[in-house]
Design a protein around this ligand. Structure first.
Ligand code: WT7
Length: 572
């Protein structure tokens, strides 16, 4: 696509005016011209996200609107630059070198973001850890990554077995006392004396910047390694998928301990120069609606699990909130049930735009654009410059409506560059003719939309019928008594597998055998007899990852009395 055309379509309505035109003629090379490396050959993603806006005269624009139940704070791009420069100077004083891992283990706070950006500015690799991790999960990650420094709080320090971590030399305590002899530094004391002018480390596009650990079906969590080049994808998906414009107030609800919270909670908004809302503390429907209203959020990126909880809370809290500024709503992480999309239309008068990607892909790959019709229940269409396909196990591309491996032609800018110290695991992703194999099963319809079916190993085969658990779950949550549902295949001597549903009920509905029967016939009638769960079990809460995915493998393990495996990504 020629630059003139890009500008042309960007001045009208949505940033991407026509999906088909954009897809037909997209070149990643055009996006590169937005950044400094185009001239210098060197780059730094934190510079591009923050400092560049100060240099271009937008230093006084609000970059961060932070709040939690005890604190409200805001920072301009200029202030973000100064604070992250100070932190970078602190790391330099400690002798942190390019390529070394510096981890962050703390609740959301402005200091977390200063630290994150400062780490990148000195060329080190940031490893944000979710605050709810317990000692085992923290140890696994710090050990495997051989992190040399950690930013944490005195409270969380009790979950860091630092005496056993030989690589870990420095611990920077936010709100804590220094004990420099033993490697403990006070964040506040160091920041007070650090210079706010940093000599940035200019790196190559292929130099590392970020690690996120993610669980597979076997073994310990894998360290997914991303490089500065990923910012191309963060920037451009921010523009075309999040539809960010200069004056937007954007809220991504994910914690930076998960990839959504960095790619779309840090890079996409700031590379696009928009105001980023960060809300700390726990989820409650009232709190979330207030956060939307008080900050005047225009673009909101969240997850199906959150939408379902909001849906479960009823219409009273949403009716009380003034959400008139809200323009664009997005969802990621797990299947977005059509029922939730319909609910969103009703209460927000907005289409919730589903999109698909993974920790390993580093950025959005398949999505419903504001510039196209969405089909509720579909993940949408590939991002321009991305070739997605459904392939069989031999690498043959399958025709429309046939279920198979969801695969992506390599490479793309934000694809992971390695699994830390595990080449074998990395290579597994590319085992079929060089395609990236997602591990998800899906099909593509006649119009080119992709429909998620399940993780490859979740697909249920009952009496020879293939059933995607998502289909059944979607139907189940349409029942007025059902808040959330997780569906697994349970081995059965006659049918191969039968469908078992674990269900949490909405407020005001009590468990009973009658209700089970009613739900069963609801699915039978609404979907198909073979898709109706033969077994139903009511439980208070479903096991979920922090990114909101129902952990079917945990349900299965409970059901079959097997070990549950690695639970470090499970929500507390
Ligand atoms: C897996 C990746 C993407 C950041 C958060 C999760 C599932 C993701 C969707 C979607 C159905 C989805 C897939 C994928 N997933 N988005 N829109 N519809 N499933 O990242 O923890 O790396 O998980 O999440 O199964 O493989 P993650």
């Amino acid at each position: 696509m020629k630059t003139t055309e890009l500008i042309d379509i960007m001045t009208k309505g949505h940033n991407m005016e026509s999906y088909d035109r954009a897809y037909a003629s997209y070149q990643w090379e055009e996006v590169e011209k937005s950044f400094s490396w185009y001239e210098t050959g060197k780059v730094n993603a934190a510079y591009e996200a923050i400092d560049r806006h100060v240099e271009s005269g937008r230093g006084d624009h609000t970059a961060l609107l932070y709040s939690d139940p005890n604190r409200t704070d805001q920072y301009t791009f200029r202030e973000m630059k100064e604070e992250s420069d100070k932190f970078g100077n602190l790391l330099k004083k400690l002798g942190i070198n390019k390529g070394e891992r510096v981890f962050i283990f703390m609740p959301r706070s402005p200091e977390l973001y200063f630290s994150f950006l400062g780490i990148l500015k000195v060329g080190a690799i940031a490893g944000p850890l979710f605050e709810a991790f317990m000692e085992g999960a923290v140890r696994d990650r710090l050990e495997d990554s051989e992190a040399v420094a950690l930013v944490t709080t005195p409270t969380l320090l009790s979950r860091v077995p630092y005496k056993e971590l030989s690589a870990l030399k420095h611990i920077i305590l936010v709100g804590g006392e220094a004990d420099e002899q033993n490697g403990f530094y006070s964040f506040e004391k160091e920041m007070a004396s650090a210079s706010s002018e940093l000599d940035i480390e200019w790196v190559d596009r292929e130099d590392g910047m970020l690690m996120h650990y993610t669980s597979g079906s076997t073994g310990k969590p894998k360290g997914v390694f991303h490089v500065h080049n990923a910012m191309l994808q963060h920037y451009q998906t921010g523009k075309w998928v999040l539809d960010l414009k200069e004056d937007d107030i954007y809220w991504c609800t994910a914690d930076p301990g998960w990839v959504t919270g960095t790619a779309y909670g840090i890079f996409a908004p700031w590379l696009n120069g928009v105001t980023n809302v960060i809300r700390g503390g726990r989820f409650s429907p009232e709190d979330w609606y207030q956060t939307l209203e008080k900050n005047g959020v225009t673009v909101w990126y969240s997850a199906p699990t959150a939408f379902r909880m909001l849906m479960g809370a009823g219409e009273a809290p949403v009716k009380q909130a003034d959400l008139s500024k809200l323009r664009h709503v997005l969802s990621v992480g797990e299947p977005l049930n059509p029922e939730v999309v319909r609910w969103g239309m009703k209460v927000f008068n907005k289409r919730i735009h589903d999109n698909w990607w993974m920790t390993e892909t580093g950025g959005i790959l398949i999505t419903n654009y504001p510039a196209m019709e969405i089909k509720p229940g579909s993940m949408g269409k590939p991002f321009p410059g991305i070739e997605a396909a459904i392939i069989d196990d031999q690498g043959n591309e399958l025709p429309p409506m046939q279920m198979g491996n969801l695969a992506i032609r390599t490479p793309w800018p934000s694809l992971m560059r390695k699994i830390w110290k595990n080449e074998g695991k990395f290579d597994e992703y590319f085992r079929i003719k060089g395609w990236y194999i997602s591990g998800d099963s899906a099909y593509q319809d006649e119009d080119g939309y992709f429909w998620f079916q399940g993780r490859i190993d979740d697909v249920i085969n009952t009496s020879g019928e293939r059933v995607g658990p998502f289909e059944v779950e979607s139907k189940l949550v349409e029942h007025p008594a059902v808040a959330e549902a997780g569906v697994i295949g349970k081995p059965d001597p006659v049918r191969g597998e039968i469908i078992k549903a674990f269900i949490s009920l909405r407020k005001g509905h009590g468990a009973s055998d009658n209700l089970k029967e009613e739900i069963r016939s609801f699915v039978k009638e609404g979907l198909a007899a073979h898709a109706a769960p033969r077994e139903i079990e009511f439980i208070d809460r479903l096991p979920k990852t922090r990114s909101g995915k129902i952990m079917r493998r945990v349900l299965k393990a409970w059901e079959l009395d097997l070990p549950t495996g690695d639970l470090s990504t499970m929500e507390d």
